[in-house]
Design a protein around this ligand. Structure first.
Ligand SMILES: Cc1cc2nc3c(=O)[nH]c(=O)nc-3n(C[C@H](O)[C@H](O)[C@H](O)COP(=O)(O)OP(=O)(O)OC[C@H]3O[C@@H](n4cnc5c(N)ncnc54)[C@H](O)[C@@H]3O)c2cc1C
Length: 435
């Protein structure tokens, strides 16, 4: 391992993977630093799946590296419809990172930032062989928690602007041995016990989404058999199999940027998973022979810190389908807030046929000369973040960051002096088609 790079990317979730592949392919010398011993972030450690909507009519808004990840996973039979296996994501990411010649430091957590005024000189990481100082010309924070910004004392925001609320946490899990046809027959016979948005014309060759079982949940809570914050049971199946992935646990009132709170969340999440599995097995038709296959490695975190950049993406931008002269990504996922204790859930879909853009300025961190940010912790309000946090959009932002940092490296200029037209040229696949 070397100790001096053109670009250091911190955090190997989908955003950091896309950023480092792009920058390295375009010719930069890139190190991707990840605290876990594997890559993927929420897409693997959090077992989050499926990829959320990112097309308008026939126009697929996010292509490029994201599309390569999808294609490779489909080739491996690790992705069906828009759902995928964490294991497949990991192996595809390694292949693309290796082919792009990205240097990887796994099991390496950034613990401090050395800076002079607005310029980051180096970061310190800790790994099994102790502390190491890594220098680079440019840094990209794709840690999801804006950890590099935080350690470097750069400005950030956190939580709802008026209440301070952070979205609920969720521990994903998978079950097998489900009799899906029996389960869906029951759903069809009891539609009032499920969400109205569900598609009841079940197509068993595709992924099926089921969300509800309200009466079962209510009863179990009343009997003290289920944590009162669980609101419903939500799962997506795999085509014609007995397997499903559950986005069901609902962990409230905890801030995932506190290790004490994260520890609590881990215990509450696991308790909720066991309770939901017991409820399904003992009472719900179709689950008589089902069993718990696995739980995610960590509790899924929807939001913590957000950068404050040259532009802050707002809920209004999302709702208005805002377009920008310096657009680097397009998306069509609406405001999606998983409510906190005493807070309503909000899902505000974008009208069919519309999309919004993300400006390059949202990647440039305030008061920092050589630092970019992308993904879950991009510069945004809480509402803005709740929309742009989905995996395809994160990948598009990451790719743009990689392009921007590489151009700055090549031209030996400040990030803010990079011409938008130069960035656009290398990421047109995510922008070009006009609807
Ligand atoms: C419960 C839940 C359900 C969701 N559902 C969907 C869905 O259905 N579809 C969808 O598209 N999106 C969904 N999302 C959103 C999406 O999964 C995430 O927002 C997205 O994956 C974030 O990607 P990222 O790369 O920005 O961050 P992350 O995936 O969080 O990656 C950040 C990486 O940085 C690393 N890191 C952090 N700190 C350090 C440090 N100090 N040193 C080194 N490394 C560090 C982490 O280990 C991690 O690997 C969901 C999220 C959650 C939590």
């Amino acid at each position: 391992m070397k100790y001096n790079y053109d670009i250091v990317v911190v955090g190997a979730g989908i955003t950091g993977i896309a950023a480092s592949i792009k920058a390295s392919r375009e010719g930069a010398n890139v190190l991707l630093v990840e605290r876990y011993n594997f890559v993927g972030g929420m897409s693997t450690a959090g077992m989050v799946s499926p990829f959320m909507k990112h097309s308008v009519g026939n126009d697929v808004l996010v292509q490029g590296i994201y599309q390569e990840i999808e294609n490779e996973m489909r080739n491996q039979k690790g992705m069906i419809d828009n759902g995928f296996y964490a294991n497949s994501f990991r192996s595809v990411a390694y292949k693309l990172l290796t082919n792009a010649n990205v240097s990887l430091a796994l099991g390496s957590e950034i613990i401090s930032v050395n800076k002079s005024q607005k310029h980051i000189d180096s970061i310190v990481i800790i790994s099994i062989n102790g502390k190491q100082t890594i220098k680079a010309k440019y840094f990209i924070d794709t840690s999801g928690d804006a950890q590099l910004l935080y350690l470097g004392n750069f400005p950030y925001s956190k939580g709802d602007e008026s209440t301070g609320f952070l979205q609920a946490l969720t521990l994903f899990f998978r079950m097998d041995g489900i009799n899906i046809r029996r389960a869906t027959d029951f759903v069809k016979e009891n539609p009032t016990d499920f969400f109205g948005w569900m598609d009841y014309n079940f197509d068993f060759t595709k992924i099926i989404s089921v969300a509800g079982y309200f009466s079962f949940v209510k009863k179990a809570i009343k009997l003290g058999k289920l944590h009162p914050s669980v609101e419903y049971i939500f799962f997506t199946t795999l085509p014609d199999s007995g397997e499903a992935s559950f986005n069901t646990s609902n962990i409230l009132d905890l801030d995932a940027s506190s290790s004490f709170n994260l520890t609590k969340a881990e215990f509450i999440g696991r308790e909720q998973v066991n309770q939901v599995v017991n409820l399904l097995q003992s009472e719900i038709p179709g689950f008589e022979n089902s069993y718990l296959l696995e739980t995610a490695i960590q509790v899924g975190v929807r939001e913590t810190r957000r950068a404050i950049g040259h532009y802050i993406i707002t809920g209004k931008d999302i709702k208005n389908g805002q377009k920008f002269d310096d657009a680097i990504a397009r998306a069509c996922y609406g405001i999606d807030i998983h409510g906190q204790k005493d807070e309503q859930n909000r899902m505000e879909e974008i009208p069919e046929g519309q999309y919004y853009e993300i400006p390059m300025r949202a990647l440039l961190v305030n008061d920092a000369k050589n630092l970019l940010v992308a993904g879950r912790c991009v510069s945004s309000t809480r509402e803005g973040q709740s929309a742009v946090r989905i995996m395809p959009t994160c990948a598009a932002m990451g790719e743009a960051c990689g392009a921007l940092a590489q151009i700055a490296t090549q031209k030996k200029i400040e990030l803010q002096d990079v011409k938008y037209s130069d960035v656009r040229n290398t990421i047109k696949h995510n922008l070009s088609k006009q609807i």
